[in-house]
Ligand binder design. Structure first.
Ligand SMILES: Cc1cc2nc3c(=O)[nH]c(=O)nc-3n(C[C@H](O)[C@H](O)[C@H](O)COP(=O)(O)OP(=O)(O)OC[C@H]3O[C@@H](n4cnc5c(N)ncnc54)[C@H](O)[C@@H]3O)c2cc1C
Length: 275
């Protein structure tokens, strides 16, 4: 029997803000449209990661320069500086402490500093890694989880599936171009995974995730929904979960990872809603 209690709140655990210059050790293809960059170096000493959505700011070199501009940190705070680093947010796919290695899965979407860098990445190149600033910790006490994502959020979806407790019910929906873009994730959860193919439609232009979430039959008990991807397409999903499904604020984490037509979209700006 499920006991109906108030949903637990998400807690942000802060980590010391640190910039690290790392070297590319390996570049592999996860799928035709996603590159896994393995970064390594002794600078990874003390690196913190603990929650599914943990992410860093990758710092890229300016055109014509070899190394990224280093962010200025004073009293554990990122300060304004005359020359700012060029940064983009990416999920920590794997961190292997013993090997001093970090895997970042980067989508090759066409235009953009991050996508362009990933397309050209090769061993020996150097990249700045800033953070993680903190971890969004959600006590894993829910009866079920709904996870919905497109490619940029598949690294985090993979972490969710790896970290959630054995046997917990998970409904997962993932939008990708086609079958060749599907990924396999290790999980001990009771997972029902649905892949949605958008074909030739541009990323961030479909309502495939929304329709799948609307049609889903949610399990009994207290659930938690995490949805991430293109910001505009997520808004109706958030509304549906909160208003039509009646999930409380603490039960929904919707995070716009990027926005069509916007360079370096700030996910804290208007799209990230949770407790
Ligand atoms: C918390 C968090 C975690 C993230 N984790 C990852 C991750 O692990 N892997 C990953 O690949 N991305 C991840 N992203 C998304 C990534 O930060 C954005 O896609 C970012 O815009 C990429 O930078 P860029 O320099 O390639 O493109 P930008 O310079 O930011 O944008 C250039 C143009 O490309 C468009 N664009 C951006 N991303 C996409 C896309 N995926 N498909 C189509 N068009 C796009 C923009 O709308 C813009 O028009 C994450 C974002 C957040 C907030």
């Amino acid at each position: 029997m499920t006991v109906d209690t108030a949903p637990p709140r998400m807690r942000i655990v802060r980590h010391p803000l640190k910039y690290r210059l790392l070297e590319v050790r390996r570049v592999t293809r996860v799928t035709p449209g996603t590159v896994r960059v393995t970064l390594g170096g002794a600078a990874l000493e003390g690196f913190c990661e603990q929650a599914p959505t943990d992410h860093v700011k990758l710092c890229f070199a300016r055109p014509g320069e070899e190394l990224p501009v280093e962010p200025v940190v004073e009293n554990d705070t990122w300060m304004d500086a005359p020359v700012e680093p060029i940064t983009r947010d990416y999920t920590v796919r794997h961190y292997r402490r013993a090997e001093q290695e970090l895997d970042i899965d980067m989508v090759l979407h066409g235009t953009g500093v991050g996508s362009g860098w990933a397309a050209a990445a090769e061993p020996g190149m150097r990249l700045g890694v800033f953070g993680p600033r903190g971890s969004e910790e959600i006590p894993f006490v829910h009866d079920w989880y709904l996870l919905a994502a497109e490619e940029t959020a598949l690294p985090a979806l993979g972490r969710w599936l790896e970290m959630l407790p054995a046997g917990v019910k998970v409904l997962a929906f993932a939008e990708v171009p086609g079958p060749e873009d599907e990924q396999t994730f290790e999980t001990a959860t009771d997972l029902r995974m649905t892949w949605l193919h958008r074909g030739a439609a541009p990323a961030g232009s479909t309502d495939l995730l929304e329709r799948a979430v609307r049609a889903a039959e949610f399990p009994e008990g207290m659930g938690f929904a995490w949805v991430a991807g293109e910001a505009t397409t997520l808004k109706p999903i958030r509304r549906h979960l909160r208003r039509e499904r009646g999930l409380g604020k603490e039960q929904v984490d919707v995070d716009g990872y990027w926005k069509r037509g916007v360079e370096n979209h700030d996910h804290h700006e208007d799209d990230h809603e949770h407790a």
